[in-house]
Design a protein around this ligand. Structure first.
Ligand code: HEC
Ligand code: HEC
Length: 504
């Protein structure tokens, strides 16, 4: 189902979409419409609606991220609501009289999707160093593989594509790919995720003060004994859930067009596409979802979450014990919820409903976009070079079966590529294509509503930033020049830039 005329790169193909090819005239119009603006005297046409025709009115409540695409059909509203019920559902351990809801764990991170993606917004790090119980984040784990291990399919593919094979890692042989800090009765949690924060004062050249919280993440009380040698950990906060279906509908070719691995335009910013072997399509595809873009589709990310985070099997990831390894016999032999009429603990239809729901959580409209301070801040955002990664606009594919996402001008403020963000933000844990210093540019749409929706303003992959200013100050690596530009601005220009972010 190749849709765009991007030549032979198989990654430019979008096997997850039913697309209608763009005509050359359309492609030309799209490149005009998506070109960066240089006029900051007034908002651009359609800028008020970052999710195109799917955009909803910005509610002034904590429900601002929980609305469905404005252009959803009446029938599909029902599908959205059924999906919402599954997203909010709290799973219970087996055996249980509530058969359709059992199968939790035995080891798990949370009892439901909504526990981490609370109000469809983002999670936060533990507030109290002694906090136990459910968190709205998770910790990924891996270890280096032996030098003589066979080359992975992904590495072999990438070596052929651009001569850049990936670092060879594997899940911890006992704990797996992710720490499960909770367990059903009779089972023992794998360990406890903990962090120590160090406050680091920061002074702008103009004398204004800020302060950064540097985290030191660790895992306490590992139940199954020490981790394997060279264990690498990656703490990740649950991201906001809005606009995901639109991101999924961006032509892969348009994301790939932003790649500049050798920095041929010498702007100090490279940007590399994430590549994953899709479990569903059994071939290399562009990764778009997750903080290192490790998942190609919402469906694959959701199935992985059911398994890894909740211990619920799906047709895509059918093991009833979630991601318990063979070394965790008590977990593997524990009670499970599969084998009844559902087949897997959640069936194809259930997985499709949750996927549909996640695809249609709508992006709220911009606020105050014609305010002079917001417009001045927009200009600062462009001049500081933020748009080199936080790319303002895309036009989605024409789709024959997803009218809500079809052919929309969208404003995610992301290029969906991987960037080296320097040592300060590094988790030092390579993940698929991404190195230990790379992260996917997160979309910025809706970011100004974070406090209202989530009751906190913790940003970046591990929630270390307490506000937008701290988030920008942590930028390093490819973003160092943009960050330094931000630091050198007058307090008034800096405030305008932040005000622009708050209007997104
Ligand atoms: C333990 C907390 C937690 C739970 C529970 C959880 N998620 Fe997530 N979710 C995350 C984190 C963390 C990420 C980022 C993952 C990564 O970087 O690999 C994420 C990413 C996602 C994404 C991709 C978003 C993006 O912007 O790329 C989707 C879609 C998603 N989750 C859906 C779900 C669904 C559906 C469920 C329930 C089946 C669920 N999640 C349960 C923490 C959670
Ligand atoms: C080289 C690419 C790049 C440039 C340039 C860049 N960013 Fe980012 N930005 C990122 C990446 C990648 C992250 C995620 C980092 C992380 O989570 O550790 C991020 C995160 C953010 C966040 C937090 C988003 C969230 O959801 O937590 C904000 C706000 C932000 N950037 C604003 C800016 C501003 C303002 C500028 C210009 C001064 C800028 N960025 C320049 C790549 C970039």
């Amino acid at each position: 189902m190749a849709a765009t005329s991007a030549g032979a790169d198989p990654l430019a193909d979008d096997p997850h979409l039913n697309t209608v090819p763009r005509s050359p005239a359309e492609a030309a119009r799209i490149s005009t419409v998506t070109a960066p603006t240089s006029d900051f005297s007034a908002p651009e046409p359609f800028e008020a609606n970052p999710g195109g025709a799917a955009t909803v009115r910005a509610m002034a409540t904590a429900d601002a991220f929980s609305q469905f695409s404005a252009n959803l059909s009446f029938e599909d509203e029902l599908r959205f609501k059924l999906g919402n019920a599954l997203f909010r559902k709290l799973w219970v351990s087996s055996p249980s009289s509530t058969l359709a809801s059992d199968g939790l764990g035995p080891l798990y991170n949370a009892r439901g999707c909504q526990s981490c993606h609370l109000k469809d917004g983002r999670g936060q790090p533990p507030m109290d160093p002694e906090q136990t119980g459910a968190l709205s984040m998770l910790m990924r784990l891996s270890v280096p593989v032996a030098p003589d291990a066979p080359v992975s399919a992904l590495s072999a593919y990438l070596a052929g594509r651009d001569g850049a094979p990936v670092a060879a890692t594997m899940p911890d042989p006992v704990y797996g790919n992710q720490l499960q800090p909770l367990a059903t009765p009779g089972q023992t949690p794998e360990g406890r995720l903990a962090v120590t924060w160090t406050e680091e004062p920061f002074a702008f050249p103009d004398g204004e003060q800020a302060s950064l919280l540097r985290p030191d993440w660790r895992i306490d009380s590992p139940h199954y004994g020490p981790f394997a040698d060279g264990i690498m950990i990656s703490p990740r906060i649950a991201p906001q859930m809005i606009g995901l279906g639109l991101i999924e509908a961006i032509p892969a070719a348009d994301i790939l067009a932003g790649e500049d691995p050798d920095d041929t335009d010498r702007d100090g910013i490279s940007g590399r596409a994430a590549v994953v072997i899709s479990p569903e399509f059994q071939r290399p595809v562009l990764g778009r979802f997750g903080l290192k873009a490790g998942a190609a589709t919402i469906r694959e990310q959701s199935a992985a979450a059911f398994s890894g985070d909740i211990g619920i099997s799906t047709p895509l990831v059918p093991a009833p014990w979630g991601e318990c390894s063979a070394a965790q016999a008590d977990c593997r032999n524990g009670p499970h919820g599969d084998g009844d009429a559902r087949g897997t603990e959640i069936d194809e239809e259930g997985l499709d409903l949750v996927t549909f729901y996640s695809r249609n959580l709508a992006v709220p409209a911009r606020r105050d976009l014609d305010d002079p301070q917001v417009l001045a801040g927009k200009q600062q955002f462009y001049q500081a070079g933020c748009t080199a990664c936080h790319r303002p606009k895309f036009v989605t594919h024409r789709l024959s079966d997803r009218a809500e996402q079809s052919f929309q001008l969208i404003w995610p403020y992301s290029d969906f590529l991987l960037h080296d963000m320097g040592e300060g933000l590094a988790d030092n844990r390579p993940d698929g294509r991404a190195t230990g210093q790379e992260w996917r540019t997160p979309p910025l749409w809706g970011i100004g509503l974070t406090g209202q929706v989530s009751g906190h303003t913790r940003f970046l992959h591990d929630g270390r930033a307490r506000n937008l200013t701290e988030a920008v100050l942590w930028h390093g690596g490819e973003a160092q020049t943009a960050r330094d530009h931000f630091v050198s601005l007058s307090p008034q220009d800096r405030a305008a830039l932040i005000r622009f972010l708050e209007s997104l």
